[in-house]
Design a binder for this molecule. Structure first.
Ligand SMILES: [Zn+2]
Length: 729
């Protein structure tokens, strides 16, 4: 298409001869000289608000006012890694390496160029660092490299894309999809009363089966819904205490978000209905910034930052207009944001959109068949993509549902009974006809939340995004569709998930059984660190006669142990800095590890030597069996080096108190040797000796987790005169 006019652009006709080739396939080599008579001035026109012109749109039909933008991404070598805070400074700086902005201004009258997300640089860095920490293979995209160019009215966005693609240093240019909420007014579908989607299979997902299980109401799992608006004060949501982690509450979208949130967390009270996971910790991340700009990228990364590994994010928007197929990840920056959250370990549920696209045959103009799992162009964000089926059983694909190999799961896309509101924000409104992939996706989010909660309740580990997707999209865990339906994924059946997944996680002996694709097995807490106290954690620890600091010994020992255990062992610190006891314990819980080992070096009378292993016990309460078993297994392994079994002692040690750890975690502290002794210090400075001690600890942990640890053959020593009443470590 080439239908641009130049009505909006006073400069556009003022530069005769300033022409670029059409098509944009070629590169131009060096930047074009700035045309005579033009200055590199910054546009002074106020930036238009993306979306609506006002914050309170006060209506429901804002779609006509959607401002068309083109997304431009520069190559990393073109853009400084630490961009100036002010985007206009940045744009000005970019003009030194690319003529694009000047060209767009002069040719098309483009005046508004913005960073694509307004999320602060620190928060972007937090999201990508968390992703990299969890997934070493993940290469973080440079999110500060994405820009949005507002296309003036009368100009064709395709032409802006073509021009941008031809400019020096540009890696990507594409039209921003029209992102919207995903449901639409109900048509002729028969209305089933009440929440049939909750019923046992084959009708629904069988939420009551989950509710009968420990954790099955979602307790202990965090959930964030990413969209535009909600009525948090709705009578059936208020008890869930939902708040925003980013953005604002967009008035016209309140019915949509209230309905989606209601499917997951409507409270178990005397009002309205009940959500699938009423006890989960629910929050919301708004795509609308304080200025009303639409920033889905920022909303997804902010949600990722607010969630932990194994928690659940719902991306409840769609990309609907033009050639867009429905899923928001069709847009490159949104794909990158979802991929970043998944790399961190967050489970992302993504609405497939209501465009009825066959995603196997649909082809992106530059990236090809990105949604076809069998195609070389396939790219996987890691999200669980959701289609929509009929409410009537046997379930059929609804005409608006996308189809194809990329669709993982489906659920009711019609007749969903949930909370809603009206233009005035009434708190007691419900709908029986919430629909689209917008009703299907929160149902799948609810299933993911309760499944995770039940698994965590049993084994203290979290299903990873890949594991969760594999389980929910496995036909063995779902309800069979009507014959001859195109691929719209699996409608999960919680009864089958409980039987095939949740109950497969053994809790025999109170020892969590490790599985593939799950969180860390062991958490290694190198005591002390840095130069300053952090909370109750002292920085240096014991000092040897030759000046060796305990904090350095502890870290070296943690690394030596990790080297033997592999990547499934998580460390409390990676360098010489201090972490508060609370921070260490939070990290231990978050890691999902079933074993906690604190690493320390001892101090005592002259000549005292040898290792000790400590468990929690305060005289009244005996040590917990699993912790004692872990300590004894490690002490046996340490004994193979020293020739004497290391004593296992009990004390009221702050980091070992049972309430600080998830239920069933085995926790102990290893005092590797006496740093206060010159011989002990020599040993703890010797890398080979540390490696030997680390190997012994690792072997003990492995034996314990493998179930081969010998049963306790002697009681835990009672707290005696020589033992510490209270230790803060
Ligand atoms: Zn210590």
């Amino acid at each position: 298409m080439s239908n641009r006019s130049k009505t909006g652009s006073p400069d556009a006709t003022a530069v005769p001869g300033f022409r670029y080739p059409r098509g944009g396939a070629e590169r131009y080599g060096s930047p074009q000289p700035r045309p005579a008579g033009t200055q590199r001035t910054r546009p002074r026109t106020p930036r238009p608000v993306h979306g609506l012109a006002t914050v309170d749109d006060g209506g429901t039909n804002y779609e006509d006012d959607w401002v068309r933008r083109v997304i431009v991404k520069f190559r990393d070598d073109v853009v400084p890694p630490e961009p100036p805070a002010d985007v206009q400074d940045y744009v000005a700086a970019l003009e030194d390496s690319s003529s694009l902005w000047t060209d767009l201004r002069l040719s098309f009258g483009v005046s508004a160029i913005e960073r694509y997300t307004s999320l602060p640089a620190e928060e972007i860095a937090a999201a990508t660092e968390a992703a990299r920490a969890n997934d070493a293979s993940f290469e973080p995209p440079n999110f500060s490299n994405y820009f949005a160019v507002t296309v003036p009215s009368g100009i064709s966005p395709e032409e802006v894309v073509a021009r941008a693609l031809g400019a020096e240093g540009v890696e990507l240019a594409e039209i921003e999809p029209h992102f919207t909420d995903g449901s639409f007014p109900d048509g002729t579908n028969p209305r089933l009363a009440n929440e049939g989607f909750l019923k046992p299979a084959p009708v629904g997902i069988d939420a009551p089966c989950a509710w009968a299980m420990p954790g099955g109401t979602g307790r202990g799992v965090q959930f964030i819904d990413v969209e535009q608006g909600w009525l948090f004060g709705h009578e059936d949501l208020a008890g869930a205490n939902v708040g925003l982690v980013r953005g604002q509450n967009w008035t016209s979208s309140r019915p949509h978000g209230t309905s989606a949130m209601g499917i997951v967390v409507m409270q178990d009270n005397d009002l309205g209905g009940v959500g699938i996971a009423p006890a989960c910790a629910a929050r919301a991340s708004g795509c609308r910034t304080s200025t009303g700009a639409y920033d889905l990228l920022g909303a997804i990364l902010a949600a990722s930052n607010a969630l932990d590994r194994g928690d659940v994010m719902l991306v409840e928007q769609q990309a609907l207009d033009g050639d867009n197929p429905g899923p928001v990840e069709v847009s490159d920056p949104i794909f990158a944001a979802i991929r970043t959250a998944v790399a961190k370990g967050v489970i992302v549920i993504e609405a497939g959109g209501n465009k009825g696209t066959d995603l196997d045959t649909w082809s992106h103009p530059t990236r090809g068949r990105v949604f076809n799992r069998a195609d070389a162009a396939f790219r996987d964000s890691g999200a669980i993509l959701v289609g929509a089926c009929s409410s009537a059983s046997p379930h059929r694909r609804l005409a608006f549902s996308p189809t194809g190999s990329r669709i993982d799961c489906c659920a009711w896309g019609e007749n969903v009974d949930t909370a809603s509101t009206d233009a005035g924000g009434a708190t007691d409104v419900y709908t029986a006809t919430f629909n689209g992939t917008s009703s299907a996706s929160p149902i799948i989010a609810g299933v993911a939340i309760v499944t995770q909660a039940m698994v965590r309740q049993r084994v203290l580990l979290s299903l990873s995004p890949a594991e969760m997707r594999a389980r929910l999209s496995d036909p063995r865990n779902g309800t069979r569709m009507a014959a001859g339906q195109p691929a719209i994924g699996v409608m999960p059946d919680i009864a089958k998930l409980v039987a095939n997944v949740v109950l497969a996680y053994s809790t025999d002996d109170g020892v969590p059984q490790p599985l593939d694709n799950v969180a860390a097995l062991a958490f290694l807490d190198a005591g002390h660190g840095g130069h300053q106290r952090s909370g109750q954690s002292t920085p240096h620890g014991v000092r040897g006669p030759a000046g060796t600091w305990e904090k350095d010994v502890n870290l070296a020992l943690a690394r030596a142990t990790q080297a033997r255990l592999g990547s499934r062992a998580a460390l409390s610190r990676e360098g010489d800095y201090n972490v508060s006891l609370r921070g260490r314990l939070e990290a231990a819980r978050r890691s999902g590890a079933s074993v906690y080992v604190g690493l320390h070096a001892n101090s005592g009378q002259a000549g005292q030597r040898g290792a000790e292993v400590w468990v929690y016990g305060d005289g009244q309460r005996p040590a917990q069996a699993q912790s004692l078993k872990l300590a004894q297994t490690i002490s046996e392994e340490l004994g193979r080096i020293d020739g004497v079994v290391a004593p296992v002692r009990a004390g009221d040690i702050a980091t070992l108190r049972p309430p600080q750890h998830r239920q069933g975690v085995a926790a102990c502290i290893v005092e590797a040797d006496y740093l206060s002794s010159p011989d002990g210090e020599r040993r703890l400075r010797d890398p080979r000796a540390l490696d030997q001690i680390g190997q012994a600890i690792a072997t003990g942990v492995q034996r314990f987790l493998g179930g081969a640890g010998r049963a306790p053959d002697r009681p835990a020593p009672r707290r005696g005169a020589g033992e510490r009443a209270l230790q803060r470590r």
